[in-house]
Ligand binder design. Structure first.
Ligand code: FAD
Length: 294
């Protein structure tokens, strides 16, 4: 295979308005959005998208490149590049787990092109930036000629490569609600080398009330067929006093709960064992980042 060649023939367009993007999605057949292309072009080169007839580049739509403050949070639009998200002061201050996850992804040159929307729409179980968005209670906003809708980030993924995104729909933005006071955050990723695709990752975001956990949200990458939100385990921590023993017990519960598979990056056993270590570390770090002591 010559990976310098894109074997399919397809049309290409780069509209200047959201209206034109939605019109193209509604009228053309077998359209694929090009946001940063860092997943899309790889798939094209591998011949994985033989049906694609139209590549729709959204980088001509100025409003899609923005990151905007809302009264109750932050809205990151679909064309905003990962580097602009990781270098945004509002993200650094309020959503540090998202910043750390992005900084653990690929190289600067890839992050100069890639988008958060692309990380979601590619719907890989490994996607690094997804866990933090889930743990911050993020929402995914979508639009088509039929109208706009929003789903919780935790409900966006259905199967490997499959999301709730319907034909003709564009992911327009990812919305992050403002975190409460005394929120602590942690993102931990294990890869073969720095910035590699994760063997396993975990995000923890918790709210502290004195020496107790008021609420906790946990998500993992690379341990299931889609990014995994650990709803019951996180909710089970609410109201509990934080201790080293609680962190270890929760980490053991997580390791017992997940059912990872082995693949070309690592084994199921590695993932099950390491889950225990990184879950404990993430919980302790998030607690300390919230101002708590142990
Ligand atoms: C060398 C390299 C290293 C990488 N390392 C990592 C890593 O460490 N961690 C990680 O998580 N990922 C990694 N990736 C994967 C990739 O960079 C990310 O998933 C990135 O966020 C994809 O964003 P993009 O804008 O390039 O998506 P694109 O390639 O443009 O799109 C991806 C898919 O989503 C669809 N799509 C994109 N935007 C929209 C939208 N707004 N609405 C509807 N559909 C849309 C596209 O049609 C396509 O099917 C790596 C990739 C490369 C090439």
């Amino acid at each position: 295979m010559n990976t310098k060649i894109l074997e399919n023939e397809f049309e290409y367009s780069k509209p200047g308005s959201l209206e034109e993007v939605l019109e193209t999605l509604a009228t053309k057949q077998n359209v694929r959005i090009f946001a940063g292309g860092t997943d899309l072009i790889v798939k094209l080169k591998l011949g994985a998208l033989p049906d694609m007839e139209h590549m729709l580049d959204i980088n001509g739509v100025e409003e899609l490149g923005k990151i905007e403050t809302r009264a109750d949070g932050l809205e990151i639009f679909a064309g905003a590049k990962l580097w602009s998200i990781e270098s945004d002061r509002r993200v650094e201050e309020n959503y540090p787990a998202l910043r750390e996850a992005i900084q653990a992804m690929a190289s600067i040159s890839v992050r100069n092109m890639a988008t958060l929307g692309g990380n979601f729409c590619n719907a890989s179980p490994v996607a690094d930036a997804v866990g933090p968005v889930m743990c911050y209670g993020g929402k995914v906003r979508m639009q088509s000629k039929r109208g706009a809708r929003e789903v919780n980030a935790v409900d966006f993924f259905l199967a490997p490569g499959v999301s709730v995104l319907e034909k003709g729909e564009l992911l327009t933005s990812v919305y992050l609600p403002a975190p409460k006071a005394h929120t602590g955050h942690a993102f931990v990723k294990m890869g073969r080398v720095k910035s590699d695709i994760a063997k396993i990752s975990i995000t923890a975001v918790l709210e502290r009330e004195g020496d107790r956990i008021a609420s906790c949200r946990l998500a993992m990458g690379s341990v299931a067929a889609r990014p995994l939100f650990l709803k019951a385990i996180g909710e089970g921590l609410a109201g509990k006093a934080m201790t080293e023993a609680l962190a270890q017990e929760t980490a053991q519960n997580i390791s017992d709960f997940i059912k990872p598979i082995g693949d070309n990056r690592t084994t199921a056993e590695y993932r099950t064992d390491v889950a225990k270590v990184i879950a404990r570390d993430a919980l302790v770090s998030a607690w300390k980042n919230s101002g708590g002591t142990l």
